[in-house]
Design a protein around this ligand. Structure first.
Ligand SMILES: [Zn+2]
Length: 160
């Protein structure tokens, strides 16, 4: 599925489009190994015909399932582009493809979603990363060392 609208329907009046797009439709799946797309993108858009263009504006919302780049903890983050707007020229070098009167908005939405993704997803801005985990690991290591050294002590006793 892709998000298409019929340009002829815009001649008389504005169009409202709302619904959802699967991550697969937006080709988002293998974009970033720390960001998983498991939920559909919701769109609520109004389309308006300008003189030589179409203006699409409205809201795009998507829940991201992320893994923290520092501590690897999974967390969810809502991506909300509530004032998304896209200007689609119908003339000139940049003009959009119109196939059987249909214009496909999918790639424009995809582009802006990709630009809005976190560069480095963090569970919280001040995430200290694996510090806590490594501390635990270190103390675990210490205990192990203690038991090893006591084992050595026992061995030494035996030798004596
Ligand atoms: Zn974190």
């Amino acid at each position: 599925m892709s998000l298409k609208f019929n340009i002829r329907h815009l001649e008389q009046h504005n169009l409202t489009l709302n619904g959802e797009l699967a991550p697969a439709d937006l080709e988002l799946e293998s974009l970033d190994e720390l960001i998983h797309f498991r939920e559909p993108l919701y769109y609520d858009l109004e389309l308006q015909k300008l003189e030589n263009a179409v203006l699409a504006q409205g809201a795009l919302r998507l829940v991201l399932h992320c893994e923290c780049a520092r501590c690897l903890k999974p967390f969810e983050r809502a991506l909300a582009l509530d004032h998304w707007a896209c200007h689609l020229p119908l003339k000139g070098d940049e003009k959009v493809d119109v196939v059987n009167d249909l214009v496909d908005l999918t790639s424009f939405i995809r582009e802006d979603i990709v630009l809005s993704l976190p560069q480095q997803p963090l569970c919280q801005p001040e995430c200290k990363g694996l510090q806590n985990a490594s501390k635990k690991l270190a103390s675990g290591g210490l205990e192990k060392k203690d038991s090893t050294s006591s084992a050595w002590a026992e061995l030494n006793k035996l030798k004596l």
